[in-house]
Write a protein that binds this ligand. Structure first.
Ligand SMILES: Nc1ncnc2c1ncn2[C@@H]1O[C@H](COP(=O)(O)OP(=O)(O)OP(=O)(O)O)[C@@H](O)[C@H]1O
Length: 260
């Protein structure tokens, strides 16, 4: 179980005033659950992931994974793939493995599963944006993390590429039962991916709504059931609409594009 109880997280020095980013933020994520976090731009989503991943310890509160601070066994995937340009695809994934004897074989298998078996020796500069994200996805899973933190990993990709990556992510997640905390601006993406969606308020961010998603998988953001759920959420909680990038009008447009 991932337990997040953040009493306060503030940043110093904002025009002389401290900026209170998170306050009274509480979340519980079950083992193996795919949890999504949505919220307005700048509300503190990346801050939350940094605290959960132990990249920032300067906060008041408690974060525990199975009762312990979540040190080690935590994987990250960010908005940018953050690959080393001077290393090949295979070496980028092997880089995070340390001395793990089974690691290199696992790296090859994961890259093959990501349909990157033919470009193991290529350098990242030669790859498309979607391929680079697939390398980053393989790198995130190769350490077999207990917890995977994802910060808008599919942003700024075209829709079919992002969809394909989501499908691949859900496939590996289901095989491995990794606990995932996935941050996105896009409510439809959250509803397509998550077992549970946490909605954050504007700063100081706290959880204002927690929504279990019980739709069958596989789901895509364009799936009518996902769109209907999005509409239902926004009709019932119009206050959420203000801050979310994915306004209801977008959903209607996409539904029309889906018509035969
Ligand atoms: N190192 C820092 N020092 C000072 N203020 C910071 C720092 N990092 C973030 N902030 C501020 O804290 C707030 C939350 O930032 P954060 O990046 O966590 O939001 P976010 O929800 O991830 O944003 P976005 O949706 O734009 O990705 C913002 O107002 C930001 O300016």
């Amino acid at each position: 179980m991932l337990e997040i109880d953040i009493a306060r997280k503030s940043y110093p020095d904002r025009g002389g005033q401290p900026h209170l980013a998170l306050e009274a933020l509480r979340m519980r994520v079950r083992p193996g659950e795919f949890a999504c976090v949505v919220g307005p731009s700048g509300c503190g989503k990346s801050t939350l992931l940094n605290l959960v991943g132990g990249l920032d310890a300067d906060f008041q509160g408690r974060i525990a994974l199975d009762g312990q601070p979540p040190a080690g066994g935590v994987g990250f995937m960010f908005q940018e793939p953050r690959l080393m340009p001077w290393l090949t695809v295979l070496d980028n994934v092997r880089l995070v493995l340390g001395d793990d004897p089974g690691g290199p074989e696992r790296a090859r298998q994961l890259l093959a599963a990501m349909e990157l078996g033919d470009v193991l020796d290529a350098f990242p500069g030669r790859l498309s944006g979607g391929m680079q994200r697939r390398v980053a996805l393989a790198r995130a899973f190769v350490i077999e993390p207990r917890l995977l933190l994802m910060d808008e990993p599919f942003v700024s990709l075209d829709a079919p590429t992002a969809d394909r990556l989501r499908t691949m992510l859900v496939e590996i997640w289901r095989e491995r039962q990794t606990t995932v905390l996935f941050v996105t601006h896009d409510l439809r993406e959250a509803l397509a991916l998550g077992d549970r969606v946490f909605f954050l308020s504007g700063a100081p961010a706290r959880v204002v709504l927690e929504l279990p998603v019980r739709l069958d998988r596989p789901r895509s953001p364009a799936n009518p059931a996902v769109q209907a759920l999005q509409q239902a959420v926004l009709e019932r909680h119009p206050e959420l609409l203000a801050g979310l990038a994915n306004a209801a009008d977008d959903a209607i447009e996409e539904t029309e594009l889906e018509q035969p």
